[in-house]
Write a protein that binds this ligand. Structure first.
Ligand code: ISJ
Length: 197
């Protein structure tokens, strides 16, 4: 890792406590800390909801993610990237990584998911458990921000964006889901807690 990269990862450090910042509105705080399926909450808050699949392929995990999957060294992981759109406005950039071994047994629905939301599969499966959220302000140079900028050229590039991530477990599998919250989310009022189904 270069000195520049290590500074970027330090600035974008993941922590279990939500960032203390009076400028973060109550609505944004509720969006980001809310439990349950984000997909389902976005559906409840908007007229139309859509998942745009950017890619799903093996890729090297980022320097700040492979240990969270319990890996001992950095080798390619199944990587899925999507944009979640409400009323045709991009509101979340989501990046999911999973260990490639036992993919078929542990995450049988992932392969054929396509433009359907991962949340719709995870939250109806009683075998799936979620671990606590970590939060970060991702600096514009963070590799995930760079990928979000590439997919969404109109996204402002000056400010860090709030993100959260958590590990889902099923059987022996671990899947790390990171969600970057985009500025247009501020238009939507977070619903009260909703359940899938
Ligand atoms: C984890 C959820 O699924 C959402 C949908 C995703 C996808 O389809 O890849 C990824 C992350 C989430 O933003 C959720 O709805 O809470």
């Amino acid at each position: 890792m270069t000195a520049f990269e290590s500074r970027t990862f330090r600035q974008s450090r993941w922590r279990f406590d939500f960032p203390h910042d009076p400028e973060i509105s109550l609505d944004i705080r509720r969006w980001i800390t809310g439990a349950g399926s984000l997909t389902q909450r976005l559906i409840s808050a908007s007229g139309t909801f859509r998942v745009q699949l950017l890619s799903q392929q093996p890729m090297p995990p980022l320097a700040d993610e492979w240990r969270r999957l319990g890996m001992r060294w950095q080798r390619p992981v199944v990587t899925r990237e999507v944009i979640l759109l409400c009323d045709d406005e991009p509101v979340v950039f989501a990046h999911t990584v999973a260990r490639p071994e036992r993919m078929r047994q542990d995450w049988p629905f992932l392969r054929g998911l396509g433009h359907r939301s991962l949340g719709s599969a995870l939250f109806i499966d009683p075998q799936v458990a979620r671990t606590p959220f970590e939060f970060a302000r991702l600096a514009p140079h963070h590799p995930l921000m760079q990928r979000a900028f590439q997919a969404l050229p109109a996204l402002p590039r000056e400010r860090p964006l709030l993100a959260r991530r958590s590990v889902f477990r099923r059987a022996q599998g671990a899947m790390l889901v990171t969600e970057i919250f985009l500025p247009s989310l501020a238009r939507l009022r977070p619903p009260h807690q909703v359940q899938f189904g």
